[in-house]
Design a protein around this ligand. Structure first.
Ligand code: LMR
Length: 338
Protein backbone atom coordinates (compact mmCIF):
# COMPACT_ATOMS: atom_id res chain seq x y z
CA UNK A 1 0.00 0.00 0.00
CA UNK A 2 1.37 3.39 -1.02
CA UNK A 3 2.03 5.73 1.90
CA UNK A 4 0.52 9.23 1.62
CA UNK A 5 3.43 11.64 2.04
CA UNK A 6 2.84 15.02 3.66
CA UNK A 7 3.41 17.03 0.41
CA UNK A 8 0.81 14.79 -1.36
CA UNK A 9 -1.66 15.24 1.49
CA UNK A 10 -1.15 18.98 1.46
CA UNK A 11 -1.58 19.02 -2.28
CA UNK A 12 -4.86 17.02 -2.01
CA UNK A 13 -6.12 19.33 0.72
CA UNK A 14 -5.29 22.38 -1.38
CA UNK A 15 -7.15 20.93 -4.36
CA UNK A 16 -10.19 20.18 -2.22
CA UNK A 17 -10.13 23.64 -0.75
CA UNK A 18 -9.77 25.23 -4.15
CA UNK A 19 -12.73 23.18 -5.42
CA UNK A 20 -14.84 24.17 -2.45
CA UNK A 21 -13.92 27.79 -2.82
CA UNK A 22 -14.67 27.78 -6.53
CA UNK A 23 -18.04 26.14 -5.78
CA UNK A 24 -18.91 28.93 -3.38
CA UNK A 25 -17.54 31.41 -5.79
CA UNK A 26 -19.71 29.93 -8.53
CA UNK A 27 -22.89 30.22 -6.37
CA UNK A 28 -21.84 33.67 -5.28
CA UNK A 29 -20.84 34.31 -8.84
CA UNK A 30 -24.21 32.84 -9.90
CA UNK A 31 -26.06 35.23 -7.56
CA UNK A 32 -23.63 37.96 -8.42
CA UNK A 33 -24.14 36.95 -11.98
CA UNK A 34 -27.92 37.17 -11.35
CA UNK A 35 -28.02 40.75 -12.43
CA UNK A 36 -30.71 43.07 -11.13
CA UNK A 37 -32.57 42.52 -14.34
CA UNK A 38 -32.41 38.73 -13.90
CA UNK A 39 -33.78 38.85 -10.40
CA UNK A 40 -37.52 38.32 -10.36
CA UNK A 41 -39.21 40.91 -8.15
CA UNK A 42 -42.74 40.38 -6.87
CA UNK A 43 -44.29 43.43 -5.24
CA UNK A 44 -46.92 42.29 -2.74
CA UNK A 45 -49.11 45.18 -1.60
CA UNK A 46 -51.67 45.04 1.20
CA UNK A 47 -53.56 47.37 3.53
CA UNK A 48 -53.18 45.86 7.00
CA UNK A 49 -50.42 45.92 9.58
CA UNK A 50 -47.63 43.37 9.56
CA UNK A 51 -48.72 41.77 12.83
CA UNK A 52 -51.92 40.39 11.40
CA UNK A 53 -52.64 37.02 9.80
CA UNK A 54 -52.27 38.46 6.30
CA UNK A 55 -49.21 40.55 7.21
CA UNK A 56 -47.42 37.59 8.79
CA UNK A 57 -48.33 35.24 5.93
CA UNK A 58 -47.08 37.65 3.26
CA UNK A 59 -43.79 38.03 5.12
CA UNK A 60 -43.38 34.25 5.58
CA UNK A 61 -44.11 33.71 1.88
CA UNK A 62 -41.39 36.23 1.03
CA UNK A 63 -38.85 34.57 3.33
CA UNK A 64 -39.52 31.04 2.10
CA UNK A 65 -39.48 32.07 -1.57
CA UNK A 66 -36.16 33.86 -1.08
CA UNK A 67 -34.70 30.79 0.56
CA UNK A 68 -36.05 28.30 -1.96
CA UNK A 69 -34.95 30.27 -5.00
CA UNK A 70 -31.55 31.23 -3.60
CA UNK A 71 -32.57 34.84 -3.75
CA UNK A 72 -33.49 34.70 -7.41
CA UNK A 73 -37.07 35.70 -6.57
CA UNK A 74 -37.52 38.64 -4.26
CA UNK A 75 -41.00 39.21 -2.81
CA UNK A 76 -41.15 42.81 -1.61
CA UNK A 77 -44.03 43.17 0.85
CA UNK A 78 -45.68 46.62 1.26
CA UNK A 79 -48.09 46.57 4.25
CA UNK A 80 -50.32 49.34 5.66
CA UNK A 81 -51.38 50.73 2.25
CA UNK A 82 -47.79 52.03 1.89
CA UNK A 83 -47.84 51.53 -1.87
CA UNK A 84 -51.54 51.37 -2.78
CA UNK A 85 -54.63 51.74 -0.67
CA UNK A 86 -58.05 50.15 -1.06
CA UNK A 87 -59.59 51.11 -4.38
CA UNK A 88 -56.13 51.51 -5.97
CA UNK A 89 -54.48 48.12 -5.47
CA UNK A 90 -56.66 46.25 -7.97
CA UNK A 91 -55.76 48.64 -10.82
CA UNK A 92 -52.13 48.46 -9.77
CA UNK A 93 -52.31 44.68 -10.10
CA UNK A 94 -54.11 44.78 -13.47
CA UNK A 95 -51.41 47.16 -14.75
CA UNK A 96 -48.65 45.00 -13.26
CA UNK A 97 -47.42 47.80 -11.00
CA UNK A 98 -47.66 45.21 -8.29
CA UNK A 99 -47.68 41.46 -8.80
CA UNK A 100 -49.63 40.24 -5.78
CA UNK A 101 -52.43 41.59 -3.57
CA UNK A 102 -54.76 39.93 -1.04
CA UNK A 103 -57.89 42.03 -0.66
CA UNK A 104 -60.84 40.99 1.48
CA UNK A 105 -63.36 39.05 -0.61
CA UNK A 106 -65.88 41.84 0.14
CA UNK A 107 -63.72 44.24 -1.90
CA UNK A 108 -63.83 42.01 -4.98
CA UNK A 109 -67.59 41.47 -5.13
CA UNK A 110 -68.01 43.94 -7.99
CA UNK A 111 -65.65 41.78 -10.09
CA UNK A 112 -66.94 38.44 -8.73
CA UNK A 113 -70.51 38.71 -7.31
CA UNK A 114 -70.33 35.08 -6.14
CA UNK A 115 -67.94 36.30 -3.45
CA UNK A 116 -70.90 38.01 -1.77
CA UNK A 117 -71.46 34.55 -0.27
CA UNK A 118 -68.62 35.11 2.20
CA UNK A 119 -70.25 38.31 3.54
CA UNK A 120 -73.57 36.67 4.43
CA UNK A 121 -74.19 37.10 8.17
CA UNK A 122 -74.02 33.94 10.27
CA UNK A 123 -73.34 31.72 7.24
CA UNK A 124 -70.33 30.08 8.88
CA UNK A 125 -70.09 29.29 12.60
CA UNK A 126 -66.35 28.65 12.75
CA UNK A 127 -63.10 28.27 10.78
CA UNK A 128 -63.67 24.56 10.33
CA UNK A 129 -66.89 25.22 8.41
CA UNK A 130 -65.18 27.86 6.27
CA UNK A 131 -62.27 25.57 5.41
CA UNK A 132 -64.54 22.64 4.70
CA UNK A 133 -66.39 24.83 2.21
CA UNK A 134 -63.30 26.41 0.59
CA UNK A 135 -61.60 23.00 0.26
CA UNK A 136 -64.73 21.34 -1.10
CA UNK A 137 -65.36 20.79 -4.81
CA UNK A 138 -67.76 23.74 -4.81
CA UNK A 139 -65.18 25.94 -3.11
CA UNK A 140 -62.46 24.96 -5.56
CA UNK A 141 -64.78 25.59 -8.50
CA UNK A 142 -65.54 29.00 -6.99
CA UNK A 143 -61.85 29.90 -6.74
CA UNK A 144 -61.21 28.83 -10.35
CA UNK A 145 -63.85 31.28 -11.48
CA UNK A 146 -61.88 34.25 -10.29
CA UNK A 147 -59.97 35.15 -13.40
CA UNK A 148 -60.79 38.36 -15.15
CA UNK A 149 -59.14 41.58 -16.31
CA UNK A 150 -55.72 39.92 -16.23
CA UNK A 151 -56.23 38.92 -12.58
CA UNK A 152 -55.76 35.34 -11.43
CA UNK A 153 -56.78 33.99 -8.02
CA UNK A 154 -54.15 31.81 -6.35
CA UNK A 155 -55.59 30.90 -2.96
CA UNK A 156 -57.71 32.13 -0.08
CA UNK A 157 -56.42 33.26 3.30
CA UNK A 158 -58.32 33.81 6.55
CA UNK A 159 -58.51 36.76 8.76
CA UNK A 160 -61.32 35.74 11.09
CA UNK A 161 -64.80 36.36 12.43
CA UNK A 162 -66.00 39.93 12.78
CA UNK A 163 -67.14 41.61 15.96
CA UNK A 164 -69.09 44.85 16.20
CA UNK A 165 -67.90 48.11 17.73
CA UNK A 166 -69.88 51.29 18.33
CA UNK A 167 -70.25 54.25 20.64
CA UNK A 168 -73.18 52.59 22.36
CA UNK A 169 -73.86 49.04 23.58
CA UNK A 170 -75.07 46.60 20.92
CA UNK A 171 -77.10 43.81 22.54
CA UNK A 172 -80.29 43.65 20.46
CA UNK A 173 -81.03 44.31 16.77
CA UNK A 174 -82.87 47.50 17.81
CA UNK A 175 -79.66 48.92 19.28
CA UNK A 176 -78.31 49.46 15.74
CA UNK A 177 -80.95 52.01 14.70
CA UNK A 178 -79.43 55.25 13.42
CA UNK A 179 -75.78 54.26 13.83
CA UNK A 180 -73.33 55.07 11.00
CA UNK A 181 -71.23 52.02 10.20
CA UNK A 182 -68.01 51.98 8.21
CA UNK A 183 -68.15 49.03 5.83
CA UNK A 184 -66.14 47.43 3.06
CA UNK A 185 -67.69 47.97 -0.41
CA UNK A 186 -70.08 45.00 -0.44
CA UNK A 187 -73.83 45.09 -1.18
CA UNK A 188 -74.38 42.33 1.38
CA UNK A 189 -72.80 44.40 4.15
CA UNK A 190 -74.86 47.41 3.10
CA UNK A 191 -78.03 45.26 3.25
CA UNK A 192 -76.98 43.70 6.56
CA UNK A 193 -76.87 47.08 8.32
CA UNK A 194 -79.90 48.45 6.47
CA UNK A 195 -81.76 45.42 7.82
CA UNK A 196 -80.84 46.63 11.34
CA UNK A 197 -81.83 50.25 10.65
CA UNK A 198 -78.27 51.55 10.51
CA UNK A 199 -76.58 53.68 7.85
CA UNK A 200 -73.37 52.69 6.13
CA UNK A 201 -70.38 54.34 4.59
CA UNK A 202 -67.83 52.31 2.65
CA UNK A 203 -64.31 53.69 2.94
CA UNK A 204 -60.72 52.50 2.58
CA UNK A 205 -59.29 50.65 5.57
CA UNK A 206 -56.57 53.26 5.97
CA UNK A 207 -59.19 55.98 6.59
CA UNK A 208 -61.15 54.14 9.30
CA UNK A 209 -59.28 55.23 12.42
CA UNK A 210 -59.54 58.95 11.57
CA UNK A 211 -63.19 58.59 10.55
CA UNK A 212 -64.06 56.92 13.88
CA UNK A 213 -62.04 59.48 15.82
CA UNK A 214 -63.76 62.39 14.05
CA UNK A 215 -67.21 60.82 14.22
CA UNK A 216 -67.71 60.65 10.45
CA UNK A 217 -68.81 57.15 11.31
CA UNK A 218 -69.52 55.92 14.84
CA UNK A 219 -69.46 52.15 14.42
CA UNK A 220 -67.59 49.42 12.55
CA UNK A 221 -67.14 45.68 12.15
CA UNK A 222 -63.83 43.84 11.87
CA UNK A 223 -61.98 40.84 13.27
CA UNK A 224 -60.03 41.53 16.51
CA UNK A 225 -56.65 41.37 14.72
CA UNK A 226 -57.58 44.46 12.64
CA UNK A 227 -59.25 46.24 15.56
CA UNK A 228 -56.18 45.70 17.73
CA UNK A 229 -53.39 46.33 15.20
CA UNK A 230 -55.04 49.56 13.97
CA UNK A 231 -56.17 50.58 17.51
CA UNK A 232 -59.79 51.11 16.46
CA UNK A 233 -60.78 50.02 19.99
CA UNK A 234 -59.19 53.25 21.25
CA UNK A 235 -61.79 55.33 19.39
CA UNK A 236 -64.86 53.20 20.13
CA UNK A 237 -66.66 52.72 23.47
CA UNK A 238 -68.38 49.36 23.10
CA UNK A 239 -67.45 46.02 21.51
CA UNK A 240 -69.86 43.12 21.05
CA UNK A 241 -68.29 39.71 20.42
CA UNK A 242 -70.82 38.55 17.82
CA UNK A 243 -68.73 36.56 15.30
CA UNK A 244 -71.57 37.43 12.94
CA UNK A 245 -69.55 37.28 9.70
CA UNK A 246 -66.35 35.87 8.22
CA UNK A 247 -63.57 38.01 6.74
CA UNK A 248 -61.28 36.23 4.30
CA UNK A 249 -58.90 37.20 1.56
CA UNK A 250 -58.50 36.40 -2.09
CA UNK A 251 -54.81 36.18 -2.96
CA UNK A 252 -54.51 37.49 -6.50
CA UNK A 253 -51.73 37.88 -9.04
CA UNK A 254 -51.31 39.47 -12.45
CA UNK A 255 -52.11 36.70 -14.95
CA UNK A 256 -49.60 37.72 -17.64
CA UNK A 257 -46.84 38.08 -15.06
CA UNK A 258 -47.61 34.73 -13.43
CA UNK A 259 -47.89 32.79 -16.64
CA UNK A 260 -44.72 34.46 -17.90
CA UNK A 261 -42.66 33.05 -15.02
CA UNK A 262 -40.22 30.18 -15.68
CA UNK A 263 -42.09 26.97 -14.93
CA UNK A 264 -39.77 25.80 -12.16
CA UNK A 265 -40.08 29.14 -10.41
CA UNK A 266 -43.87 29.16 -10.71
CA UNK A 267 -43.93 25.68 -9.19
CA UNK A 268 -41.87 26.81 -6.20
CA UNK A 269 -44.15 29.81 -5.71
CA UNK A 270 -47.35 27.75 -5.92
CA UNK A 271 -46.06 25.03 -3.58
CA UNK A 272 -44.84 27.61 -1.11
CA UNK A 273 -48.15 29.47 -1.27
CA UNK A 274 -50.08 26.26 -0.57
CA UNK A 275 -47.86 25.61 2.44
CA UNK A 276 -48.19 29.18 3.73
CA UNK A 277 -51.97 28.98 3.34
CA UNK A 278 -52.11 26.08 5.81
CA UNK A 279 -49.77 27.89 8.17
CA UNK A 280 -51.81 31.08 7.86
CA UNK A 281 -55.02 29.29 8.79
CA UNK A 282 -53.45 28.21 12.05
CA UNK A 283 -52.07 31.59 13.03
CA UNK A 284 -55.25 33.47 12.01
CA UNK A 285 -57.31 31.75 14.69
CA UNK A 286 -54.56 32.20 17.30
CA UNK A 287 -53.87 35.85 16.39
CA UNK A 288 -57.52 36.88 16.64
CA UNK A 289 -57.95 35.11 19.97
CA UNK A 290 -54.84 36.79 21.36
CA UNK A 291 -55.78 40.23 20.04
CA UNK A 292 -59.27 40.02 21.53
CA UNK A 293 -57.69 39.23 24.90
CA UNK A 294 -55.35 42.20 24.48
CA UNK A 295 -58.28 44.51 23.68
CA UNK A 296 -60.19 43.25 26.74
CA UNK A 297 -57.12 43.58 28.99
CA UNK A 298 -56.51 47.12 27.77
CA UNK A 299 -59.67 48.22 29.61
CA UNK A 300 -60.12 50.83 26.87
CA UNK A 301 -63.47 49.51 25.67
CA UNK A 302 -66.57 47.88 27.18
CA UNK A 303 -66.79 44.27 25.92
CA UNK A 304 -70.00 42.21 25.74
CA UNK A 305 -70.28 38.59 24.62
CA UNK A 306 -73.58 37.90 22.82
CA UNK A 307 -75.62 35.31 24.69
CA UNK A 308 -77.14 32.44 22.68
CA UNK A 309 -80.55 34.10 22.99
CA UNK A 310 -79.19 37.45 21.81
CA UNK A 311 -77.39 35.74 18.92
CA UNK A 312 -80.62 33.99 17.92
CA UNK A 313 -82.36 37.38 17.77
CA UNK A 314 -79.58 38.81 15.58
CA UNK A 315 -79.66 35.77 13.33
CA UNK A 316 -83.43 36.03 12.91
CA UNK A 317 -83.20 39.75 12.10
CA UNK A 318 -80.48 39.13 9.49
CA UNK A 319 -81.64 35.96 7.75
CA UNK A 320 -83.64 37.89 5.09
CA UNK A 321 -80.29 39.12 3.74
CA UNK A 322 -79.54 35.55 2.58
CA UNK A 323 -82.70 35.52 0.49
CA UNK A 324 -81.97 38.91 -1.01
CA UNK A 325 -78.68 37.71 -2.54
CA UNK A 326 -79.70 34.29 -3.71
CA UNK A 327 -79.94 35.53 -7.34
CA UNK A 328 -76.39 36.99 -7.23
CA UNK A 329 -74.76 34.01 -5.53
CA UNK A 330 -76.85 31.17 -6.93
CA UNK A 331 -78.28 28.15 -5.16
CA UNK A 332 -75.55 25.86 -6.44
CA UNK A 333 -72.80 27.68 -4.56
CA UNK A 334 -74.91 28.04 -1.45
CA UNK A 335 -75.68 24.34 -1.43
CA UNK A 336 -72.15 23.53 -0.32
CA UNK A 337 -72.33 25.87 2.68
CA UNK A 338 -73.33 24.72 6.21
C1 LMR B 1 -61.19 46.13 5.99
O1 LMR B 1 -61.16 46.94 5.07
O2 LMR B 1 -61.82 46.31 7.02
C2 LMR B 1 -60.40 44.85 5.86
O3 LMR B 1 -60.68 44.26 4.67
C3 LMR B 1 -58.95 45.10 5.90
C4 LMR B 1 -58.19 43.81 5.67
O4 LMR B 1 -57.57 43.66 4.60
O5 LMR B 1 -58.25 42.97 6.55
Amino acid sequence: MQTITTPKLLYALLITLALLLSGCQNRAMDLEQVGEDERIVIKFSHVVSELTPKGLAARRFAELVHERTDGLVEVQVYPNSQLYMDGEEVDALINNNVQMIAPATAKMTEFFPELLLFDLPFLFEDFEQVHRYIDSEGGEKLLDKFQTDNMLSLTMWDNGFKVMTANRPLYTPDDFAGLRFRIMPSRVLEAQFAQLGAQTRDMPFSDVYAALERGTVNAAENPPSNLYSKRFYMVQEHLTVSNHGYLGYLVLTNQTFWQGLPEDIREILEETLAEVTQWERKIAAEQNKRDLERIINSGEIEVHYLSEAEKAAWREALMPVHQMFLPDIGTELLQGTP
